[in-house]
Design a protein around this ligand. Structure first.
Ligand SMILES: [Zn+2]
Length: 115
């Protein structure tokens, strides 16, 4: 590590901290090599961990939304074509799904909302 590394801001050192840690360096080694406090290393790694966690949740959420959209479509069209009645979660009335041409969706015949 040259002099330039020592002069970098903590923010700029973050990717190096993450990489060194990934390669198995200890907090003490990273602190020495990058001239950074153990507290800052801890903060950087925690933020990195949270960011990764958030990204995984977003991916799973997107997949779930896709599944729910598909299921909702099956339920709407299935209920509509078979004439099944249900308690609408939006208006609370006993209802059926009917096809709404303008929305191009099957909606509650009472309130016009849909899942
Ligand atoms: Zn309704």
């Amino acid at each position: 590590m040259g002099k330039k590394t020592f002069e970098l801001s903590t923010e700029k050192k973050a990717p190096m901290v993450i990489e060194l840690r990934r390669k198995g360096a200890t907090y003490r080694q990273i602190a020495k090599w990058l001239n950074i406090s153990v507290r800052d290393i801890s903060k950087i790694l925690k933020e990195h961990e949270i960011k990764g966690y958030a990204e995984r949740i977003e991916e799973r959420l997107a997949k779930l939304e896709e599944k729910i959209d598909g299921l909702a479509k099956i339920v709407r069209t299935g209920f509509a074509s078979s004439g099944v009645t249900f308690i609408c979660p939006f208006c609370g009335n006993l209802s059926k799904f009917v096809y709404d041409k303008s929305k191009k969706l099957c909606v509650c015949k009472n309130c016009g909302k849909t899942i």
